[in-house]
Design a protein around this ligand. Structure first.
Ligand SMILES: *[C@@H]1O[C@H](CO)[C@@H](O)[C@H](O)[C@H]1NC(C)=O
Ligand SMILES: *[C@@H]1O[C@H](CO)[C@@H](O)[C@H](O)[C@H]1NC(C)=O
Ligand SMILES: *[C@@H]1O[C@H](CO)[C@@H](O)[C@H](O)[C@H]1NC(C)=O
Ligand SMILES: *[C@@H]1O[C@H](CO)[C@@H](O)[C@H](O)[C@H]1NC(C)=O
Ligand SMILES: *[C@@H]1O[C@H](CO)[C@@H](O)[C@H](O)[C@H]1NC(C)=O
Ligand SMILES: *[C@@H]1O[C@H](CO)[C@@H](O)[C@H](O)[C@H]1NC(C)=O
Length: 411
């Protein structure tokens, strides 16, 4: 059988690079073309012309990930290129990586956390798995490494179009949600020791992505048993915040992010006019949203030199932009079947506590089992560190509930 000899080659290839071999039965393996070791360098991020013809979440290829800025200790890091349903309904290739804890998987397979990252930008080099020096996720790495050590496999998408062909639909909920869920499928295809039980998590843009993923999972990836969601400072209510920009004075810390937010809408909807809304000061930098990462955009040779009150031209018609922001606002999600924990800092000046409180209230009114914890003095970045112990306790409790208190990770 062609498939089994291909499997043999694959096994030899994997063994040559020091990998354990996929142990799926040959019946299963014969259903799909075996995935391959991906190319070195940035070629990894460009898929072959023929994508796997399986369902979304199919692994295209993989590569050991041992030297990227996002690698984590405590397990084997593997870069993945996989399929998801893209923003226009087409199949696209999305990158990300997985970390499988050292040691033997428990019965039922490793529990999985799919963790969505915060804003890095829209340009390809801003993908966390591509070595861009602006990617600094130290606090998240500390938290996630502690989870890996406790026996959770961690998977992290780069998101649609970030690093891969096509533009990244920044803060577009359905695109993010599919990226966050499909990487779990692809990771389980590569490593069958990953179980079907999943907790969804993320920070900032990734908190937004996590809420969308949680709302979509039952339909989009029904084989996954999502147990709960942990959202750190999830982006929300942008249609409320954008009209307030002119009133917040000459602060410059949000301008780069606002430009990315508007660009994300334009990427999702080419009919939306997003160039006529800017002042000349802002318009000159708007093209940089497609070529530069957040650190640069936030700097004073770009949007970091433009005050919030000097971004949007007076009299700009924001009607359509605000409508599209509202469509991607997790505040209006109508169903998340499992419990959600939201962790918010009281001193967060990026995701404001008052909008998060309103979001939580609305989601509760929609019947969602959601708890908010507010951390006094915590900021948009420090929330990860400050809330880490409670997030971990919630993660453990989520699995404990399922296992009647008998869930013992390998710590
Ligand atoms: C690790 O990555 C850096 C930056 O891309 C590169 O200069 C270095 O040669 C790599 N080291 C190894 C061992 O691959
Ligand atoms: C795209 O934007 C146009 C112009 O604002 C709007 O009329 C249309 O409804 C939007 N399309 C979608 C799918 O939201
Ligand atoms: C940017 O602004 C900072 C803080 O105001 C300042 O220290 C720095 O010199 C500026 N850099 C440039 C290139 O203007
Ligand atoms: C706003 O702040 C920026 C950066 O600090 C500065 O370059 C600019 O001149 C200020 N604009 C106004 C109108 O005060
Ligand atoms: C603003 O745009 C909306 C939607 O395209 C349109 O219906 C409305 O008439 C516009 N308002 C003004 C004042 O032009
Ligand atoms: C963190 O968890 C502890 C223990 O359950 C709880 O008492 C505390 O209120 C939580 N912190 C916040 C800010 O909600």
């Amino acid at each position: 059988m062609v498939a089994s000899s291909a499997r043999g080659l694959l096994a030899a290839g994997l063994a040559a690079v020091g990998f354990s071999v996929n142990t799926r039965s040959s019946d299963e393996a014969s259903c799909t073309a075996p995935y391959a070791l991906g190319p070195d360098g940035l070629d990894f991020y460009t898929p072959p012309s023929t994508l796997p013809d399986g369902d979304h979440g199919s692994l295209i290829w993989y590569r050991p990930y041992d030297n990227g800025s996002a690698t984590m200790t405590g397990g084997a890091n593997t870069l993945l290129l996989y399929t998801q349903v893209g923003i226009h309904g087409n199949t696209v290739a999305t990158s990300g990586y997985m970390v499988v804890p050292d040691g033997d998987a428990p019965d039922g397979g490793w529990p999985v956390v799919t963790f969505a990252h915060g804003t890095t930008g829209i340009a390809d080099q801003c993908a966390p798995t591509i070595d861009d020096p602006s990617y600094d996720e130290d606090t998240k790495t500390v938290l996630l490494e502690s989870w890996i050590k406790k026996g959770y496999a961690v998977v992290r998408t780069d998101y649609e179009g970030l690093g891969t062909p096509g533009d990244h639909p920044y803060l577009i909920g359905p695109s993010e949600g599919r990226a966050v869920l499909d990487i779990v499928r692809a990771a389980r295809q590569f490593e069958p020791s990953l179980g079907s039980r999943v907790v969804i998590s993320g920070h900032s843009q990734g908190g937004h992505a996590a809420l969308w993923a949680a709302s979509m999972a039952a339909e989009y990836t029904p084989e996954l048993e999502v147990l709960g969601t942990i959202a750190f400072a999830p982006a929300n209510s942008l249609e409320t915040e954008v009209p307030l920009l002119s009133a917040v004075g000459n602060i410059t810390s949000l301008s780069g992010t606002v430009a990315l937010i508007v660009r994300g809408l334009a990427i999702a909807n080419a009919s939306l006019d997003t160039t006529s809304i800017w002042t000349p000061d802002a318009l000159q930098y708007y093209p940089e949203t497609l070529t530069e990462c957040s650190t640069f955009l936030d700097g004073n040779s770009s949007f970091g030199s433009v005050g919030a009150n000097d971004l949007i031209a007076s009299g700009a018609n924001l009607t359509d932009i605000l409508a599209q922001l509202k469509e991607n606002d997790p505040t209006y999600i109508t169903s998340i079947p499992q419990p959600v924990l939201v962790l918010q800092g009281s001193d967060d000046t990026t995701v404001y506590p008052f909008t998060t409180a309103a979001m939580v209230k609305n989601l509760k009114a929609n019947g969602i089992d959601i708890t908010e914890q507010i951390y006094d003095g915590a900021t948009h970045l420090s929330i990860i560190d400050v809330a880490a112990a409670n997030a971990t306790a919630y993660l453990e409790a989520t699995f404990n509930t399922l296992f009647n208190g008998e869930w013992v990770p390998n710590n």
